[in-house]
Design a protein around this ligand. Structure first.
Ligand code: ADP
Ligand code: MG
Length: 469
């Protein structure tokens, strides 16, 4: 039978059946084989006209089932494969039999509608109260450009930097800006952690269709802390396909990470290279001037009076994380109001001394090998030495890893400090530790603990830590 859809061009038909096989394979990763056999494998792509693909279905029951449960996903997967938005038309084949056994009932529930409201950002995270300095100028500029022209020049935008540098603040600023000026544009914000969790739940509860529809209806997609999906292969795969879908439709994407995309080592190569191809900007530690300005902004919003000398004292005492600056401000304000005194230097100094007196040593290589060595019962000399004994090599690699992550020192510099090793051996060590962290939660917890010890400034008089292995 020849109709609108039957395609005489054999190569196109075989291209379509290749795309179809890829779709079946992806569906097979997600759906129980029983369902695949009953509902999916009997489907046949019959032809393609433009952006529409005709699918033959053996029975009315299957047709209804697919329409209600699977159509969106099939369309999305086909679009992923073909590279542009594709819709499908289901056609019941004449003479097809209904093959539903009566004893195993299948409940048909229509998927949730996709017109859910946009994400509601934190109203306190706005561009107008984000202090711009040398450390964050590019990231801030990129975020503003995206808010003014979503899907424009900078897509995706990637912002990376350590914790407490204002990445989440910038993502919410974009969403707030959109709400103000383009309230009809649908914005979706998720931390990558939440994405992973929702994705798994959607798979388990057969709501993957609704999940995809929701995410893919975003016109601006904000993904916070993408490093949280390291080691989660299926989630990365889903993000990769979502990325492609949204990019083909010209939607804006913004990602944040705690490290540059090039260092997301245990990530799907294709996803990583997509991120690397975007506008990649970093946020570094703000300088003293910027920290003072941030303190003043926060003080103003909380109705706290802050003199310059007090702001300076706090900004100089706390240099690591903007969150800690805010914490100190809150403590100082509470102290003042409880004691009924104004916020003076005399009041502030003891507070700063109390909370931050362990005058945290700035993390450096010596501190790191001391901390790691203590925990692992290995001397710092052994760590930087030449021994190939496994526990020593491991301690060496962990130390290099921590140094890279928290100081951002160059591969070369770290190699030099670790007994004159070349930069590739540092790179490999960090890659290896990343892979181990992704594969082994206990190991990840141990490295996190060591890192915490280093950044908190350890109490070096303590006994070596209990964690081993
Ligand atoms: P990250 O996501 O990078 O860990 P956040 O965006 O959560 O950091 O920022 C931590 C806190 O510091 C927030 O309260 C945020 O408002 C504040 N902050 C960070 N950078 C700035 C800045 N440049 N101007 C104003 N506030 C900032
Ligand atoms: Mg954040």
């Amino acid at each position: 039978m020849k109709d609108l859809f039957s395609n005489s061009d054999d190569t196109e038909v075989s291209a379509l059946s290749q795309h179809w096989n890829a779709v079946i394979e992806r569906l097979g990763n997600e759906y129980d084989e029983r369902w695949m056999l009953r509902f999916v494998r009997p489907l046949r792509p019959a032809g393609q006209t433009g952006d529409k693909v005709l699918i033959d279905v053996p029975s009315q029951f299957t047709l209804d089932w697919v329409r209600n449960r699977l159509q969106d996903t099939i369309e999305q997967f086909l679009s992923d494969e073909i590279g542009r938005p594709i819709s499908i038309e289901l056609r019941k084949v004449q003479g097809g039999r209904d093959t539903v056994p009566s004893n195993e009932s299948v409940v048909i529930t229509p998927s949730a509608p996709s017109n859910q409201p946009s994400f509601i950002p934190n109203p306190n995270y706005r561009f107008d109260n984000f202090v711009v300095g040398q450390s964050n100028r590019m990231a801030h500029g990129g975020a503003q450009a995206v808010a003014n022209d979503p899907g424009g020049q900078f897509n995706p935008l990637v912002i990376y930097g350590r914790s407490g540098m204002g990445k989440t603040h910038l993502l919410h600023s974009i969403a707030n800006e959109m709400r103000r000026h383009r309230p009809n544009v649908r914005v979706e914000y998720l931390t990558a952690q939440v994405f992973a969790e929702e994705f798994v739940i959607a798979l388990q509860t057969n709501k993957i269709d609704a999940f995809r529809r929701r995410i893919r209806s975003a016109e601006v997609w904000l993904v916070d802390d993408i490093q949280m999906v390291l080691g989660k292969d299926k989630t990365q795969e889903e993000i990769f396909h979502t990325f492609n879908f949204l990019q083909q439709s010209g939607r804006q994407m913004v990602f944040t990470a705690d490290r540059p995309p090039s260092e997301l080592f245990v990530m799907n190569d294709r996803l990583r290279s997509r991120l690397e191809a975007g506008l990649v900007t970093d946020i570094r530690l703000p300088d003293t001037e910027t920290r003072i300005a941030i303190l003043n902004t926060k003080a103003q919003s909380k109705g706290i009076e802050l003199s310059f000398e007090v702001a300076l004292a706090i900004a100089e005492a706390i240099q690591d994380d903007v969150r800690h600056l805010e914490g100190a401000l809150t403590t100082v304000a509470a102290e003042a109001s409880l004691s009924g005194q104004p916020i003076t230097l005399d009041l502030v100094q003891p507070v700063l001394a109390r909370s931050y007196s362990r005058q945290r040593p700035k993390p450096n290589m010596n501190l790191i090998i001391t901390v790691v060595g203590r925990a692992e019962d290995i001397t710092p000399e052994e760590i930087v030495g030449d021994s190939r004994r496994a526990p020593i090599v491991m301690a060496r690699h962990i130390s290099m890893y921590i140094q890279r992550r928290i100081t951002g020192d160059s591969w070369k510099h770290i190699g030099k400090q670790f007994g004159g090793r070349d930069h590739t051996s540092v790179l490999h060590a960090v890659q290896k530790i990343d892979a181990m962290i992704a594969a082994d939660p206990a190991f990840a917890a141990k490295v996190a603990w060591l890192t915490q010890l280093v950044t908190d400034g350890p109490d070096l008089s303590r006994q070596p830590g209990p964690v081993r292995g």
